[in-house]
Design a protein around this ligand. Sequence first.
Ligand code: NAD
Length: 484
Amino acid sequence: MNLEPTSQYDVRMLIDGTWVDSDDRTTVTNPYDESAVGSVPVATEQQVTDAVDAAHRASEESTLSAYERYELLYATAERLEDDAEEMARLVTSEQGKPLSESRVEVDRAVQTLRLSGEEAKRQFGEYVPMDAQKGFARSHAFTQHEPLGVVAAITPFNFPLNLMVHKVGPALAAGNAVVGKPALKTPLCAVTLFEYLDEACAEVDAPDGLVNVVTARGSTIGDVFLSHDAVEAISFTGSTAVGKYLAENSGMRELTLELGGNDPTIVWDDTDIDRAAAQVVGGACANAGQVCNSVERIIVPEHIEREVVEALVEHATSLTVGDPFDDDTDVAAMVDDDQAEKVVELFEATVDAGATVECGGNYDGRLFEPTVLSGVTPEMPAAKEEVFGPLLPVIAVENFEEALTEANNTNYGLEAGLFTQDLDRAKRAADEIDAGGVNINTVSGFRADHMPYGGFKDSGVGKEGIKYAVEHFSREKLVGFHAG
Ligand code: NAD
């Protein structure tokens, strides 16, 4: 990595093919020990506007073929793969997740770039039989896909690399120009990704401005993207509150919103409880619970509540909390004090409301022990809200009907999980749970990067997953040929 000017991760923004600074810079700190990792400029409104202008011009000038877009994305993947270990260390340094999880994130980002490159070559249209219309026997038509123009990609702190790739990869595959905007808590790996993209763009002779990244405050960026006519699509992953603001103000733009969740996982009595408990604990505690589709609520039939709770306790207490760079660490620090304080508040309010702490419950600054809570009822705060921390609230129900009602007892609808060996039960859950994905025999937190992914209700609109995002970032045009 060779970004100038001063230290390795004192980086700048890429606007119109040039790495630029601003008068205001902000330091990026390590969530675990609060050491400085690097710094980024804080973009002015004018710089964000300049980035959109540059992207607009580049989108009109670009003549990259599908094959060249594939080459661009593959070349970016190669660079990322070559620097994988360094990038994983950067993800851990700025975001705080254990290094083993960061290695998985980087590997997924490499695959997501390659999937995007492949998809660039698969933008097939459709032959439309115009002779199906009376009187048009000699007419023909087909459809073709065209890029939208400028795609704005706004990402949150929790998967700072792969979530940016999930937007930028498909947007470029479809032939668009992009303006990336990572979270200011975790911008460094995204800026580094744009360094690779910039180098790969030069190899295929892409115009300056095809890829831009601005490190801006959320309060600056939203309104610039919303008021600039050239922004044809906003792809946002983050909180429901910001997502709703964008939805209310986005006018005729294409919008993808990947928002919050309060995902249920049902563990039924016909499953291997130990296996289910191991996965539930993993699904609730990965990235210290800061995962949009993490297991937020565990729903069990009351006659096996004790057995499930004991299995959860066994797995939760086997996890090691600590330094994300230690090989033994399973659960590391939450991203900042605000996030940690919110988890403590929800935990204490749930205990005050009558829940029992089965294990954990201790915290020290941003470190929070995996905590199993039993006797949780649907109105308690840890059941009602997205916690985004390593809490495992167990809710007991009388029958499967009630389990499904409880699973749907939320404004969110991102993903859900069900452990069962019974086909009818699985089918019923798939049909009746109001969420963008229902995972049988695994947890809500399952995501493969090529699958369609996106929530219902307050969890968002539109789908990610490469093929689906490419469709979303394209428009379909009908070309008709009629007898002359
Ligand atoms: P956030 O909404 O605070 O920030 C997300 C991004 O939006 C950041 O880059 C931020 O700077 C920017 N932003 C803030 N205000 C803005 C505005 N007015 N206009 C435009 N952009 C603005 O979210 P966060 O705390 O970084 O992330 C956590 C949330 O993200 C959780 O709710 C989580 O569930 C959700 N999330 C969802 C998914 C998914 O795929 N559904 C994935 C990861 C995270």
